[in-house]
Design a protein. Structure first.
Length: 529
């Protein structure tokens, strides 16, 4: 047998080490489960004493995410409040704050810890908000993206009366030390509208004044010219360039005497509650249905009436959503309201033009920077979508090459912009034919703005489905969608005027419903697939 080597430490095998660790884990788990069961038993018995605080403290010190134990501690603390004087209550809760700090060192992103700390400060007779603000500063210096701490900081700022100016300076400090501090950029976007609001009464929500906007552009420029590949400043910059949402209003009305129906398209999805139909000055008792049964909120609603109107009004309570149409003697009426994109003011246009020039200068230095390319596309869209269409398509192609992992996203975004451009061209020409064949479309969108279209050509694209939103095309008579990869026809089942469909060279999965749609000769639809 071999002799032992004296003076050397015997090394345990890997199997022995793993077995010892397993036994140690089992021992700790049994102790933890035993302590947990004991605590829950005390709670069930309604025992709210010092021992309960000590037992919960033992478990929460190692696992601060046990929400039930924090709830139990609050019950105990509320009971002890009734038994102590004001000075003793102050000490009780100050001790609780020290305990929470210890738990935060174990897990700085514990929901339970931050919620409990907020609750404790509401119970303190004399809370020290300055101390709490300092705690937030320390935590954010360790992890600038701790959103639990950011949320708590907002509570502290509100309670302590810290001014918006001071908080904005705080973001200056954090961003100055690290341009990649995304949370600070976001916090800044919530402070600026409060401190520097746009003085125009009818301006968009969260708009900031022109003078401060130019300063923020400069700050963002400094950030992304310093580090063009950091996304934080680019996201903030895109927020600065953002445009207001469209107002809720009627964008198009279609009245069909033959079909005894009225179709109304809104600028954004609405609920049918509050919609009313007025004929010859008299409200009508009608039922509204959305373009597709699945939609409870829809941009397009349809009502049926047997009345023969000489005038028509559709409204949604608010006065800006009212329009009137003279029926005359035509079998159908189409009425458009504000379908075109809102025009930029001269001042806004000049600012965006200057920003586009700055981004183009950066692109010359960083020709493959995806953030710069995407921002240039958005600026071009805001300034002149039709005039910059060729450049935009070229930039999309470059984006797919430099960022292939997001190629599908860029394809979808490019499809969206092409559809928007086609809608603009169609509106300028005042036609009811929509053609986007051989454009590499991957998605369909803005279908609510095509309520009045009668003929659509989507052939030779990369479409996978005709979505439920397709049902918004209430006037559609002819659909051409050959040479795609379409698998689903769900959007075709609710089109009342559809007469002819061409779906050659697709991947249609012939469910019972789609077979019925395509092959039923009594459906009144000529189909080829």
């Amino acid at each position: 047998m071999p002799f032992p080597l004296h003076g050397r430490v015997k090394i345990k095998s890997t199997a022995q080490q793993e077995e010892e660790k397993r036994k140690e884990r089992e021992k700790k788990l049994k102790a933890y489960v035993s302590a947990r069961d004991g605590i829950l038993k005390k709670r069930s018995a309604g025992e709210h004493d010092e021992e309960a605080l000590q037992l919960t403290q033992q478990l929460l010190s190692s696992n601060p995410d046990f929400a039930t134990l924090w709830n139990y501690r609050r019950e105990v603390l509320l009971h002890l409040e009734t038994l102590r004087e004001k000075d003793e209550v102050q000490k009780l809760y100050e001790s609780e704050l020290h305990f929470i700090e210890a738990c935060l060192k174990v897990n700085p992103k514990s929901y339970g810890c931050w919620h409990h700390r907020s609750w404790v400060n509401t119970r303190l007779p004399q809370p020290d908000w300055t101390r709490e603000l300092g705690l937030c500063d320390r935590c954010l210096s360790l992890d600038e993206r701790n959103f639990h701490c950011w949320d708590y900081r907002r509570v502290v700022v509100k309670e302590s009366g810290v001014s918006v100016e001071q908080e904005l300076q705080f973001t200056d400090h954090l961003i100055g030390s690290n341009f990649s501090n995304y949370s600070s950029w976001h916090y800044r976007s919530t402070l600026l509208p409060q401190l520097h609001p746009q003085p125009v009464p009818d301006s968009a929500p969260n708009a900031i004044c022109e003078e401060q906007l130019l300063k923020e552009y400069e700050l963002a420029h400094n950030a992304f010219f310093t580090d063009p590949n950091d996304q934080s400043a680019w996201f903030y910059y895109r927020w600065l360039l953002g445009r207001a949402e469209r107002e809720e209003m009627i964008s198009c009305v279609y009245v069909s005497r033959e079909g005894e129906r009225v179709s109304v398209a809104f600028s954004k999805p609405v609920h049918s509650e509050g919609l009313m139909l007025v004929l010859d000055g008299q409200p009508q008792q009608v039922q509204w249905r959305s373009a597709h049964p699945r939609f409870r909120h829809s941009p397009v609603w349809v009502s049926f009436t047997s009345a023969s109107p000489s005038s028509f009004t559709s409204s949604q309570v608010s006065p800006e959503c009212v329009c009137e149409v003279s029926a005359q003697n035509t079998p159908q009426i189409i009425y458009y309201i504000n379908l075109k994109m809102s025009e930029l003011s001269v001042e806004k246009s000049s600012v965006l033009q200057a920003e586009l020039q700055s981004c183009n200068q950066l692109l010359e230095l960083e020709p493959q920077n995806k953030w710069c390319l995407l921002t240039i596309i958005l600026l071009m869209r805001a300034l002149d979508p039709l005039g910059h269409e060729k450049e935009t398509l070229a930039h999309f192609q470059t984006l797919k090459e430099v960022d292939p992992m997001r190629s599908s996203y860029y394809s979808d975004l490019c499809s969206k912009f092409l559809i928007e451009n086609t809608i603009l061209k169609m509106e300028y020409a005042e036609v009811r034919v929509f053609s986007l064949s051989d454009k590499n479309l991957t998605i369909l969108c803005h279908l609510d703005q095509l309520l009045f279209v009668t003929h659509i050509n989507l052939s030779s694209n990369q479409l996978l489905r005709l979505p439920p939103q397709f049902a918004m095309l209430q006037c559609l008579e002819v659909l051409e969608a050959d040479d795609n990869a379409i698998e689903s026809l769900e959007g075709l089942y609710h089109l009342p005027k559809l007469e002819e469909v061409s779906l050659r060279n697709n991947r249609i999965l012939f469910s019972k419903k789609s077979k019925c749609f395509i092959r039923n000769p009594f459906s009144g639809v000529r189909a080829s697939a």
